[in-house]
Design a protein around this ligand. Sequence first.
Ligand SMILES: Cc1cc2nc3c(=O)[nH]c(=O)nc-3n(C[C@H](O)[C@H](O)[C@H](O)COP(=O)(O)O)c2cc1C
Ligand SMILES: Nc1ncnc2c1ncn2[C@@H]1O[C@H](COP(=O)(O)OP(=O)(O)O)[C@@H](O)[C@H]1O
Length: 322
Amino acid sequence: MGNFDGFHRGHQVVVGEAGRLARDMGVPLAVVTTEPHPRSFFRPNDPPFRLTPFRERAWLLEQFGVDLLVSLPFDATLSHFPPQQFVTEILCEKLGVLHLLAGYDYRFGAKRAGGSDLLAWMGKMEGFGLSVVEPVTFGIEGAAGQIYSSSLVRDTLREGRARRAASLLGHWWTLSGHVQEGDKRGRTIGFPTANLALEDVLHPKFGVYAVRVTVEGDDAIYGGVANLGCRPTFDKQDVTLETFLFDFEGDLYGRHIRVEFVGFVRAEQKFSGIEELKAQIAQDCQTARTLLSDPENARDHLPPPRLDRYLADHPVALAKPR
Ligand SMILES: Cc1cc2nc3c(=O)[nH]c(=O)nc-3n(C[C@H](O)[C@H](O)[C@H](O)COP(=O)(O)O)c2cc1C
Ligand SMILES: Nc1ncnc2c1ncn2[C@@H]1O[C@H](COP(=O)(O)OP(=O)(O)O)[C@@H](O)[C@H]1O
């Protein structure tokens, strides 16, 4: 159970352990989550914070061996569910749960009143088992560990640090969606761009990124360069992701694409004219190609962050006792 936003290494440990248990017990592995995220329900006017669009999250969970994704509509009714009723009616009666896994900080039910103590107690009454997964940290023996969390990934992306976000997640941070029509200007400047709207998704630092792109129904992974922002040169306001795919020709309108953020190239700028923008995009392509040619960046699975680098940026973490 949980929201698994971003599906970082902590979540992966929970799902991995749940998978082993499910196999031992010979039962399916299900993930119970809610849509929208409760925070969007309670604070609809907050800026978007979601790390993973629904379809991307479903895809990631499938990669990690999840058999069933149970997505409960989070509405006024569910928000008022007392935790005991949630367990009895939804987990036991509707889903027939045999064993539950929850992260150490998992809270649920009205006013977030339920936690692992309640789950353990209800498990004894209703006859299901419970495993609580301790925080997963990266660190070195004898020093303070840093806990993997979605908030840490968000902060990292707001700083534009795509590679660092990927090392926290274990995979590249990815935006996906169906390609939309834009102003048809890209092709006239020699860089057609497949456009995705950023609906209800965290806005990372605006700027240009080196990306890897996959297109539904096509096995290739294309390198590319993408501008994420509101295109101040053209006095636009809406935030979009516009991706130029290297070594690709074809029609992408309406196709579902996944764009993986590999590295930050530069911040978004307002240019004085098209020629200046064109010259800069040509340079961006060079930078992105160089970044993408690094074998470290050709991986699908990323190694965990190096704590020494983390501590260099966050010296206060050094002082914390274990
Ligand atoms: C690599 C790249 C970098 C870009 N950088 C900027 C930028 O810094 N500022 C800006 O206003 N537009 C920038 N653009 C342009 C827009 O993102 C967009 O591609 C252009 O307005 C064409 O829009 P269209 O797809 O709607 O035709 C960049 C485009 C690319 C491909
Ligand atoms: N290498 C490529 N990278 C991105 N899009 C391409 C490429 N080659 C062809 N296209 C097509 O061109 C479209 C983008 O062209 P563009 O002139 O920017 O139009 P729009 O403003 O509608 O996005 C894409 O949606 C896709 O269908």
